[in-house]
Each structure stands twice: as C-alpha cells, then as structure tokens.
Design a protein around this ligand. Sequence first.
Ligand code: ADP
Length: 140
Amino acid sequence: MALERTFSIIKPDATTRNLTGKINAKFEEAGLRIVAQKRIQMTKAQAGKFYEVHAERPFYDELCEFMASAPVVVQVLEGEGAIAKNREVMGATNPADAAPGTIRAEFAQSVGENSVHGSDAPETAAIEIAYFFSGLELVG
Ligand code: ADP
C-alpha cells in the first residue's frame, strides 16, 4: 500500500471538550503521523466554501454555523493507506452506527457534531490540504 496523506479536522464539539489530545492519540496508535497541524477559527464563509459539495443538503447551513462556532484543529495525517485508515479510525458519520473503539463511537455527540472530518478520496485530500496548508507547512 502506498504512503498517502489525508486531511483531517478536529471539529468544534471536540476542541471545546478538550479532546484534541485523545483524538490525536487514536491517530498515532493507528500508525498515522501528524505531519502538519494548526488550531484556527473559521468564518462561516470559509466553512461554507470547504463544505461546498453539501450546499444543497438540508443540514448545510447548520453544518457551516457549527464549524465556525469555535476553534478547530486542521491537520495532515500521513501513513500507509492513510485515507482509508483514517476513515476507519473515525468511524461512521452517525455515532450510533460507528464501530466500537472508533473516534465517533467514543466522542461524537450527534450525526452533525461528530468530532472529526476526514477526506474520502485522494482527489479531495489534495484539494482540502491545499485549502488550509502551504507546502512549507507539511513536515514529513
Ligand atoms: P463524513 O464526515 O463522514 O464524510 P458526510 O460527508 O456525509 O460525512 O457529511 C459531512 C458532515 O456533515 C458530517 O460529518 C456531519 O458533520 C454533517 N452531517 C452529515 N449528515 C448530517 C445530518 N443528517 N444532519 C446533520 N449534519 C449532518
């Protein structure tokens, strides 16, 4: 399997409950290396651009409000098959469906406030990394 990079966000429900360290421990235990990381506060417009693909979904406005409601930690994770591995460690979107031991099973509060974002494919990972990080900030 190839060495990959994926984009991750620790969402406001998790940063406000001081779960950044516990979530990062899950990534590191799974063999994902945090090669870039910063804590930022997004505007609703910035969150809206990030989640543009969901613009027609009924939860879009609520999602953008939530993502701008408190700081988030944006990250680049690197590892063998990092995109799929991260999705596995995150668990299903709805915490009620998330496998035991996953981040969402342990920490998420609802289908919307579900603690983490992770890219779903190489193309989206590249776009999402470039939205938040310059090449100089990626330190493998
Ligand atoms: P994932 O984050 O698992 O890739 P999606 O791409 O389907 O999931 O959705 C993006 C985000 O939108 C979710 O992580 C969640 O925060 C929010 N979301 C998805 N479905 C709902 C819903 N039914 N109600 C409220 N928020 C939702």
